[in-house]
Design a protein around this ligand. Sequence first.
Ligand SMILES: Cc1ncc(COP(=O)(O)O)c(C=O)c1O
Length: 386
Amino acid sequence: MTSAFKHSLKLDLPVYPFADLERKASAIRKSGKTLYNLSIGDPDLEPPDFVVDAVKNALDDPKSHFYPSCRGDMEVRKSVARWFKGRFGVSIDPETQVCLTIGCKEALSQIAKAVVDPGDIVAVPEPSYPVYGRAGCKFVDGKCLTLPLTAENNFLPDLSSISNSNIKLLYLNYPNNPTGAEAPETFLKELGKFVDKNPELTLAYDMAYSEMYFGYPPHSILEFTPNAIEFHSLSKMASATGYRIGFAVGEPSLIAAFIKVKEEIDSGAPYPFQKALSAMLDAYEGIIAPEQLIAYRSIYQARKSSLIASLEKQGISVYHSNATFYLWFFIGGDEMPFINKALQEGLLLTPGSGFGKSGKGWVRASVTAPDVDIEAAANIIAKLDV
Ligand SMILES: Cc1ncc(COP(=O)(O)O)c(C=O)c1O
């Protein structure tokens, strides 16, 4: 019998880019073969004990079994504001400029509901995290304007090419997934001016990887303009993707509009995980991260270096970056035969074209797996005919 269920036209999206690969991977796992998974940015390292303890302790607090406040507990928002001042030197008002979120992903999609009307232009970098172009544009009936990011321009968009584009919502993300690229100060100054000159435009600046760096600490866009909304997350900062907690900070009227959307849809992030966020942020001393995060950065950096060395030995061109736990390398042509061959050998990597057409020929490897797996992955790639 055919189901009478008819889904919304908004769901007429191509299959989520990585779903097909995940299906093939699960068939390999079922066959009993070992699968090394470098395809997902889900840290293998444990969250710091004091972050886990913050969750456990909060469960004994009666606050935890009531509905949380939608914008987040005031004390936690104060932690956000204190951290922001120490980390970026920017003062924000915890009352009007902070909203806690259920991780960055939902927040990045909700901001579109707050600012985009049907037919409005949403500018989406490419390659990029798929949420911007799908939930952030198609779900709100926006018109997508693609901003190609290429190795030649260090994966930064050409702002002069969009100066007359009437953009309503512009998504940008640095440090960048999938490329690992960072936004230099010169670019951020230019971006700040661009935003100030275009008051109709909302810049949604995604800093999910703000703390995953090995060189200079990444800047917040709020150091260059107050007219933006920026998204942060505990996920990668504390190896706590399962805690689903993050925050939005920015221009008060944007935060107010964002909260208005969220009040219609969710009832806030669970209090114990708000407390986990607070514990992590409070453990910073100014710009200095807690010990464990500093140690984790070194681990990711060493894993990246060792994988880069083996790829380059094979003549593969790798984009060198000082941030994120992703490695972005160029195979050329269509990367899918390489991805499929690697999968047959037990290695799951992410095809660049899953992040948009401009990702064609590129491959992303996430070093969020134990060192032995990274070594095994390097050995598998060495055996492939590239
Ligand atoms: C660029 C980017 N933004 C946001 C997110 C979502 O992070 P969260 O776990 O906070 O939802 C991810 C997750 O991988 C990401 O890569």
